[in-house]
Design a protein around this ligand. Sequence first.
Ligand code: ADP
Ligand code: MG
Length: 443
Amino acid sequence: MDVGNMWKDCLDFIERKVGKSAYDLWFKPIKLIELKENNATLSVPNRFFREWIEDNYPRLISDAFEWAAKDIINVQFKIDQEPVADVIRKDSVEQTRKAKLAGKGIFLNPKYTFDTFVVGPSNQFVHAAALAVSESLGKTYNPLFIYGDVGLGKTHVITAIGNKVADMLPNANVIYVSSEQFTNEVVSAIRHEKMSDLKEKYRNVDILLLDDVQFIANKTQTQVEFFHTFNALYEKQKQIVISSDRPPKELSDITDRLKSRFTMGLIADIQHPTVELKMAILQKKAELHKIILPEDMIYFLATKIKSNIRELEGCLIKLAAHSNLTGRPINISLAKDVLKDIFTDELKPVTADYIQKVVCDFFGIKLPELKSKKRTKEIALPRQTAMYITKKLTELSLGDIGKAFGGKDHATVIYACKQIESKMENDEAFSKTAEYLINKIKP
Ligand code: ADP
Ligand code: MG
């Protein structure tokens, strides 16, 4: 097959996955320069592109190749511009660390350390707890349960614990695993009758870092396996650290016995950062990436970007990548050009699609189920909640809301709103959940 066409197919695949604006910004400028056997070399304009793509879309390009070439292709990047010497040094230190740990079977992002974690009022409690845990494994707080909204530093801080432990105790067995990966491993172990290998792997660690535990909602067998892993580690006083996007009691569809385990140690939450903390983080990130960021831009970005720290960092990297590419300095005018969608997003009204997505994510159900005719409690409650929120936060008519939920009539929507209103009055826990969702969705 023609190499040029193959790359075009890959790009189409990528555009479908990430949407037009991310595609134009990050993927369109990439070129395929060589495809030999199963190795592809891609050229990217500068190192910001490579880092951003590796951190944020780690599997996307290989998935695109797999789809276009029907084969597994190893992807390598070649950077068009010569990087600055300091940056090479930092890169190579990180890569060496990563390789060294990988040699011991430990996979941790080397960038996420306590040194690079900026502390402020919103995260100092989590920071202190994480440090304490890394200095006395299994003794102070076990488990340590960290929760907070997306992009506020949960993965960073739990990885920092892992990196610190790996540094201090070279023989320690550290495992970082996302709940999705853990689930996949359980599924695969069941299928290939390798359950004992899985037990062996997870029950012989010194510290287990389980990221985004909310994803094991509804996955019964994964929960059973994790429950036994937890008990085995706990009994041996091995450290367990768990992250989640919500506190234990709000984890729906996770068994009570597991939830009660989560509350046995310390629960710590990361809150939304203050403007000052956002400014300090921007300064730190600019320093780490060797980006020249004028004082007024630091303030501008810190006040303009409300959502989270990932977004903040993303904007900084986008600006740097484009400033580097075009030679324009980083200033407000570049920001207005490059960060267009962020500035317009803020003004966009809430849509039913968006509400449905947030509600589905929260309850751990799929969108087609939400829009289906199913009346089981697991589906009906999320559906009615989403309808209620749509009525509350959008200008849509009852009929339009019904349509957006898979063609229901307006009486169904009225009924849903009534149900939710009365449930909110009578059920305090549910009322908290609903308020939490509304706050999350509101612009
Ligand atoms: P979460 O896991 O909560 O969704 P991450 O840990 O992935 O969030 O953080 C998102 C990005 O923000 C990462 O690049 C991380 O380095 C950065 N970040 C978050 N909090 C801080 C902090 N306090 N100091 C420095 N960087 C931070
Ligand atoms: Mg995370």
